[in-house]
Design a binder for this molecule. Structure first.
Ligand code: BJW
Ligand code: ZN
Length: 288
């Protein structure tokens, strides 16, 4: 599509310049450029487990040890990773435009580390670095725990191999010692529930106050533009914000290497933009 209107950078720059209220929905693809795996498609596997199957209450209840190894590994990867030029470009846009709100589905803390103003960043799916109690009747939460390893028994997830060799833990044929419940840390408040990562699993509600804040922002005034960056937009309620923004008048700009694939092109409405490129490469140019 040579210089088709949907991927015309000059035309986009003009739209961006005339946009004041801007919303963004971020997904795992933004952090893929920092080396963090996505959920769906290649890389969405951990040992033999489908990452979307691990991201459930059921998986945690069935085998909290395996679930914790998965999250401990992702905590370690996240701490080693650096925010990329995409995170930085978005954070810079937020700093110069107070009417820009970012909804991130990512739990890796990379937007925060790129100095994205916290009042303009809503973490829809929580954080790998918040720890809470798995007992539903207990409200214990510890924000910003960056311990790595998280605890002694999870140390195998925090190993760095020489010259980038694959971690034995990731090899499904490498047997790992089963971690039992009594080896994992308990909640210090109720002494009953296991500690768990402060992320939102399938079937769990997103934070109600955060949802109300987002709804209020969307209702307040029309929206000029909405970015959809590095997400397959399959998970709700997150993906639902795209249609909500559209109803408030927003043009949609999608940044995703698959955005210009034939199967995706039908989603592009007149006035929308789609850039079939990597977020870290594309965002600095689009937001310059
Ligand atoms: C690049 C790139 C590069 C690659 N640059 N791009 C309405 C309809 C149907 C179902 C539901 C509904 N409402 C609710 C549901 C149920 C469910 C749901 O949505 N299911 C669908 C899957 C069908 N939703 C929920 O359960 C939610 N809770 C809820 O609704 O509560 C109320 C309720 C309760 C009980 C019953 C029903 C309702 C909670 C959802 C929580 C999602 N949690 C996870 C795990 C978080 C913890 C963890 O990290 O482990 O969040 S799942 C996982 O998916 C994670 C992600 O944030 C989320 C989205 O994934 P994302 O970011 O889009 O990643 P990918 O991998 O899918 O896509 C990556 C993209 O990047 C690809 O497109 C690539 O092309 C692209 N890419 N490289 C740019 N370099
Ligand atoms: Zn507790």
């Amino acid at each position: 599509h040579p210089m088709a209107p949907h991927n015309d950078i000059e035309a986009f720059h003009q739209v961006l310049r005339s946009s004041r209220r801007i919303l963004a929905l971020l997904g795992a693809g933004l952090s893929a450029d920092s080396g963090l795996p996505t959920f769906r498609g290649p890389g969405g596997y951990w040992r033999n487990y489908d990452a979307t199957q691990l991201a459930t209450v059921r998986a945690f209840k069935m085998d909290p040890g395996i679930s914790w190894l998965f999250y401990a590994y992702r905590r370690h990867l996240g701490l080693k990773a650096e925010p990329n030029l995409g995170h930085k470009a978005l954070a810079a846009l937020a700093r110069r435009n107070m009417d820009f709100l970012c909804l991130t589905q990512n739990v890796d803390n990379l937007s925060q580390r790129a100095e994205h103003p916290s009042s303009q960043l809503k973490c829809l799916h929580g954080s790998l670095y918040d720890i809470k109690c798995s007992n539903e009747s207990c409200d214990w939460i510890q924000k910003g725990n960056f311990d790595d390893p998280f605890c002694a028994v999870l140390a195998p997830a925090s190993v760095d191999m020489p010259n980038g060799e694959p971690l034995p833990l990731l090899d499904p044929y490498h047997r790992i010692k089963h971690i039992t419940e009594d080896e994992l840390p308990k909640c210090p408040q109720c002494n009953k529930g296991l500690q768990r990562p402060g992320v939102v699993w399938f079937g769990e509600d997103l934070d109600a106050t955060m949802m109300m804040d987002i709804s209020a922002w969307i209702r307040a005034e029309p929206i000029d533009l909405m970015f959809v960056i590095g997400t397959s937009a399959q998970v709700y309620p997150a993906a639902g914000y795209i249609e909500k923004a559209r109803k408030r008048g927003a043009r949609i700009v999608t940044i995703n290497p698959e955005a210009e694939d034939e199967a995706e092109m039908y989603k592009i409405k007149p006035g929308d933009f789609a850039f079939g490129r990597n977020a870290a490469e594309c965002l600095p140019i689009l937001l310059e």
